[in-house]
Every structure is written in structure tokens, then in C-alpha cells.
Design a protein around this ligand. Sequence first.
Ligand SMILES: *[C@@H]1O[C@H](CO)[C@@H](O)[C@H](O)[C@H]1NC(C)=O
Ligand SMILES: [Cu+2]
Length: 170
Amino acid sequence: MVKSSMNNGKVMVFSVAVAAAASMVLQTTEAAEYIVGDDLGWTVPPNGAATYVEWASKYNFIVNDILDFKFAQGEQDVTLVTKENFEICNSTDPLFQLQKPARFQFLSADTFYFICSFAGHCAQGQKVAVTFAPSASPSPSPCPSSADAPPAASLPLKFVLSRKVGFRKV
Ligand SMILES: *[C@@H]1O[C@H](CO)[C@@H](O)[C@H](O)[C@H]1NC(C)=O
Ligand SMILES: [Cu+2]
């Protein structure tokens, strides 16, 4: 009798934990996803620098949202720079750079300054500053499980960098 009721207790605790984990997963999948430039994608905008300024002003980006940089590999890149370097289109020693199209999830309430490092592209308007507002609901605290923290040495450099700058490739 006693043994059976203890087992029930364990099952109950377990299902509560599963429900909590499931709701965390649901919360993260609620993040909105945006294609940078919408139909144009990430390229030298035919209509100049206003293109990406207008694109960014159309949306209210929130922490955990995802940006999808779509472009032909080898023709553009995704280069994160400081505000100062964004203004002067300086892609020397960027904070982060990726040569492949990718989706990024943004984890900190901050403004991120992206340019393309191909010669002349930024100057022709291929640059976008995106501000992510804090998330309304408190984000779940990171789980301190060992699975969540692989040894730093095994991580590709790009990933380490992106963690440092508040976003990650997804
Ligand atoms: C370009 O950015 C790099 C890295 O931040 C910096 O060291 C360099 O001085 C910048 N160049 C100019 C012309 O500002
Ligand atoms: Cu470009």
C-alpha cells in the first residue's frame, strides 16, 4: 500500500516536470521569425540604404526572435560590427562573420549592426540595424545541466563568438 502510493507520487512529480519542460519548449517556439529584407532577402538593395531601414522599422523585434539572412552563398555575407563601424561600413576585424545564409536567434535586448563585407555593398546600402526589445515574459533560467555546457574547446569558434555577442545560429 505505502509502496504503491509512493510510486504514484513519483509518477506525479515526473509528469509535472515533463509538462514544465514542454511549456518551455512551446515558449521558445513562439519566437517570431523574420526574413531580412522580406522578398528581397539580404543583398545590395536596388533602392539604396532606405530599403533595410524601412524593413527594420516595420517590425517590433523581441528577444528570442529569429532573423533569417537569405542570400546566394559567395555573393554576400553576414558581418556583425559595432555601431561606429556600421556607420562607416568598416568590416575589418568584425565581431562576427558568416559566409553562409543562416538563421540567428537573438538572446539579448540590444541593437545588432549587420553589414555585408563585400567591397562596396555596405556603402550601397546593404546594412541593417535591428533592435530587440526585452521579452515580456521572463525567459526561463538556463538549465545548469552538463548537456547544456559542452567543453569550450569542442565548440566551433564562430559559435563561441556568437554566444558572446548575444545571439546564436539556429
Ligand atoms: C575598423 O574596425 C577595426 C575593428 O574595430 C578598427 O580596429 C579599425 O580602427 C577601424 N578602422 C577605421 C578606419 O575606423
Ligand atoms: Cu553584399
